[in-house]
Design a protein around this ligand. Structure first.
Ligand code: HEM
Ligand SMILES: *[C@@H]1O[C@H](CO)[C@@H](O)[C@H](O)[C@H]1NC(C)=O
Ligand SMILES: *[C@@H]1O[C@H](CO)[C@@H](O)[C@H](O)[C@H]1NC(C)=O
Length: 316
């Protein structure tokens, strides 16, 4: 009796997990495009060797794809005379990088497996590889996403969190995507790599009180109160090209670059977790990888929905 009940419960749980994942599976292209993962990896190795920041840029591209109506490649679509995409939404314009790397991977993948692999799946794999190549954790990517035939600039403007957001807004914007506060704090660790523009951290370094004053003065040197909007600073002051838990150590010493970063260590609900990640790099790596898989499962198009785009820049 106990065994039978247990068995039924497990079967139900397995079914629920399967339904939540729709038809995504790590072996989706196992026979239709067996070399997919090695093609993505080889182009990413070249791109990251050429410029380490590219690993960071492609990770961010994936985040901005997934948060706007799911991981459906919508961010990769170019604007045309009759189509408004997401590339010029406020969080993306003059800021997102790396679409040309995804386009290059797509060209190689098309040559090997014409019309088979979505741009959305290529981006999910490339983001994983970017993190790994910067010495971060790796994870198995569920595959089978299809590409959107639409995009939404207004959703990109309203659903991607802003660097000025308070903690409560960060938590609620991730909750709106089915991600917990813990996922949000782990995924923010993406800011262990890459760069931000002065316009996104100026108010924080001049007007916030939850900041180390010596750190603020270092950052003010290259981010004046007026002008220099595009001047860059590393999101992680310690090792901007290495993926690790230094980001959380920075937060504990009040050296987060963005207001939104420092909100995770502001005397509020995420302080204890930030301290745990700061002292336990393995815990951060495990939580980050698991949260990336959850983010990569946001509202995929599967079955006959969407399409397999021939060119990531345009709908077929
Ligand atoms: C929690 C809310 C988040 C906010 C408010 C936020 C905001 C930002 C901002 C303002 C920048 C700099 C953009 C620029 O100045 O051009 C940035 C960069 C970046 N973000 Fe986030 N972000 C968030 C979460 C995430 C997540 C979840 C990831 C990935 C898991 C991520 C990965 C990155 C990376 C890697 C960069 C550097 C990109 C590069 O150097 O090209 N961010 N983010
Ligand atoms: C891929 O297939 C499409 C039609 O399905 C064809 O137009 C195109 O030329 C093919 N490309 C390559 C590289 O074979
Ligand atoms: C700092 O706050 C003051 C007073 O609200 C404001 O006038 C000023 O523009 C702010 N400076 C920056 C760099 O945000």
């Amino acid at each position: 009796m106990a065994f039978a009940t247990h068995f039924v419960t497990l079967t139900l749980l397995a079914l629920l997990a399967w339904a939540a994942n729709a038809q995504l599976s790590p072996t989706f292209y196992g026979t239709s495009c067996p070399n997919l993962q090695s093609i993505v990896r080889s182009v990413m190795i070249q791109a990251v060797n050429n410029e380490p920041r590219m690993g960071a840029s492609i990770l961010r591209l994936f985040f901005h794809d997934c948060f706007v109506n799911g991981c459906d490649g919508s961010i990769l679509l170019d604007d045309t005379a009759t189509f408004t995409g997401e590339k010029n939404a406020f969080p993306n314009q003059n800021s997102i990088r790396g679409t040309e790397v995804i386009d290059m991977i797509k060209t190689r993948v098309e040559a090997a497996c014409n019309g088979t692999v979505s741009c959305a799946d290529i981006l999910a794999l490339a983001a994983r590889d970017g993190v790994f190549l910067l010495r971060g954790p790796s994870w198995t990517v569920p595959l089978g996403r299809r590409d959107a035939r639409t995009a939404s600039q207004s959703d990109a403007n309203s659903q991607i969190p802003a660097p000025f957001s308070p903690l409560s807004t960060l938590i609620s914007m991730f909750a709106a995507k089915g991600l917990s506060a813990r996922d949000m704090t782990a995924l923010s660790g993406g800011h262990t790599v890459g760069q931000a523009r002065c316009t996104n951290f100026r108010t924080h370094i001049y007007n916030d009180t939850n900041i180390d004053p010596r750190f603020a003065s270092i950052r003010r040197a290259n981010c004046p109160t007026m002008g220099g909007d595009n001047n860059l600073a590393p999101l992680d002051i310690q090792t901007p090209n290495l993926f690790g838990n230094n980001y959380y150590q920075n937060l504990v010493s009040r050296r987060g670059l963005l207001h939104s970063d420092q909100e995770l260590f502001n005397g509020g609900s995420q302080d204890a977790l930030v301290r745990s990640y700061a002292s336990n790099g393995g815990l951060f790596s495990n939580d980050f990888a698991a949260a990336m898989v959850r983010m990569s499962n946001i509202s995929p198009l599967t079955g006959t929905n969407g399409e397999i785009r021939r060119n990531c820049k345009n709908v077929n």
